[in-house]
Each structure stands twice: as C-alpha cells, then as structure tokens.
Design a protein around this ligand. Structure first.
Ligand SMILES: Nc1ncnc2c1ncn2[C@@H]1O[C@H](COP(=O)(O)OP(=O)(O)OP(=O)(O)O)[C@@H](O)[C@H]1O
Ligand SMILES: [Mg+2]
Length: 259
C-alpha cells in the first residue's frame, strides 16, 4: 500500500526540504518506488534533487490550476524516482485556488490514481498553512513535522496540531502524525533543553532519532545530490538512514490486527 507523507511546519527553515529530499533518497536506496511532490513555490526540493529548470515543461502549478494530469507533468529521474516539480508560479496558486470549488481537495483528487504506482509519495510544503499545505494535508496519510532545535521550537506546533485536527474533521479522518523530527541538534545545553521540551509536550509523536547540525546537509543540494551520494559517512547521512529505516519499519504494522 502506498503511503503519502507530507512534510509540514509553517515555520520557515526548519528542515522540511532537507528531510523531504533525504528521506526520498533513503527510501529509494531501500528499493522503494518514490514520487516526490514539490508544493513550495521556492522550488528548493526541485533544484535540490538536481532538476534543471530547463527540463521542466509542466509543474505542480499546472496540475493544481488546470486540467493537466499529474502523470503528464511528472519528471522521471530514475526507474524508481519521479518528481512533480514546483515553480515560482505556484505562489499564485494560493490565490487562484480560492476561486475553485473543493479547493483544498484538488491534490488529493489529482494524485488518487497516480499514487498507486508508488510505495511512497513525499510532499514538500511551503512555510505557511495556506491552501497549498492544506491540499497536502488532505492528500496525505501522515504528516512528518521537522522542528528545529532552537528557541521558540514549540511556537507554532500547537497551531499546526490544531490545523491537523481540522483537516481530520473536514475530509481526511485517517490523517496521522508520522512523527516530530528534531533537526539541527547540537551538543549545546539549549539544544538538549529544546529537544527535551518538545519530547515532554509530544512524547508519543517525537522521534528518538534526531538530525544533527551537519554542514554536509547544506552542501549536498547545491550539487543536486542526496546526503547519501554526497557524504555517505557523514553524521547527517547516518541520522537520515536511521529515520528512513524507522519509516519503512512502520509500514503496515499499525493497521495489522493481532492474530
Ligand atoms: N541538519 C542540518 N544541519 C545543517 N544545516 C541544515 C540541516 N537541515 C537543514 N539545514 C539547512 O538549513 C536551511 C533550512 O533548511 P530547509 O531548506 O530544509 O528548511 P525548510 O523548512 O524546507 O525551509 P522553508 O520553510 O524555507 O522551505 C537550509 O540552508 C538547509 O541546508
Ligand atoms: Mg523548504
């Protein structure tokens, strides 16, 4: 069964795109078939995956706003890896979507058939809880929430949880929290305190795996590479590798009935 995972946090720069790119790459490395959807007008996931603007004919904007199918806009990277790229025009979609009927359900409807060709669909989102993120949350099975281990980490998490509850009430009852992922952790006291605080507030949801601050993770996307190809022995690669294993191991186990 395909799993659709949305990366969300309305706070900017917390590691959504870095996590989307590296879990997509890690899943691929583990033999999974992956569709990466870039729903952020900043297009960082698109460029970080090594897509050249010149390669893009159609993008997520066309899919959300016109009759274009996901299939016809997808870029094939390898046999097992497809991308629905983003473009700066997507910023306009936030406004244009407001005129559409069932505007928060468009992505869900559009990927309904296509997603069955994959093991995982990973959706990167902008740092806002607007219509783009809402479309992702409606289309997703779960939300993975990266949280930067800094002051004010908890700020916004309550609102995000409220939004997730609203999405559950209004059309996506099965939406779960895949996990809260502490990112850019360091050995400083403040970093440890913030991780502890988030764990205290969200003991069930917070991963025991944390992603350390690692400069290799910032360098890799400028080469269009995942951390596994760029610096396979780095602390960042090791942490994302563990996270990917954890995500895969969850597969199907939650629904299984005790026999
Ligand atoms: N573990 C890490 N160690 C060091 N740098 C990191 C790490 N994770 C992310 N970064 C860097 O921090 C910055 C923000 O990360 P990223 O782009 O993944 O966040 P984002 O949540 O997608 O941001 P936005 O909200 O703008 O889309 C980037 O420069 C990225 O390379
Ligand atoms: Mg981003």
């Amino acid at each position: 069964m395909v799993r659709v995972i949305a990366l969300a946090n309305q706070k900017g720069g917390v590691g959504k795109t870095t996590t989307a790119l590296n879990i997509a790459a890690g899943l691929l490395k583990n033999g999974q078939k992956v569709l990466l959807i870039d729903l952020d007008p900043q297009s960082n996931a698109t460029s970080g995956a090594g897509v050249d603007k010149k390669e893009i004919n159609f993008d997520a904007y066309d899919v959300l706003i016109s009759n274009r199918s996901v299939k016809s806009a997808i870029l094939k990277r390898t046999d097992n890896f497809d991308i629905l790229p983003s473009s700066p025009e997507l910023a306009g979609a936030e406004i244009e979507l407001t005129k559409k009927k069932n505007r928060q359900m468009i992505l869900k409807r559009k990927i309904a058939q296509e997603k069955e060709n994959y093991d995982f669909v990973i959706i990167d989102n902008p740092p806002a809880l607007g219509l783009l993120s809402l479309n992702s949350l409606m289309a997703a099975d779960s939300v993975l929430i990266p949280v930067q281990a800094e002051y004010f980490a908890l700020e916004g998490l309550a609102q995000l949880k409220k939004t997730i509850d609203l999405v559950k009430e209004h059309g996506n009852l099965g939406l779960t929290i895949e996990g809260i992922l502490m990112t850019m952790t360091t050995h400083t006291k403040i970093s440890r305190q913030v991780v502890a605080e988030v764990e205290k507030h969200f003991p069930e949801e917070t991963y025991s795996i944390t992603i350390p601050r690692n400069v290799r993770l910032t360098e890799a996307p400028s080469f269009g590479q995942s951390i596994f190809d760029f610096a396979g022995f780095s602390s960042g690669a090791r942490a994302y590798n563990k996270l990917v294993k954890e995500i895969i191991s969850k597969d199907g186990t939650e629904e299984s009935e005790p026999s």
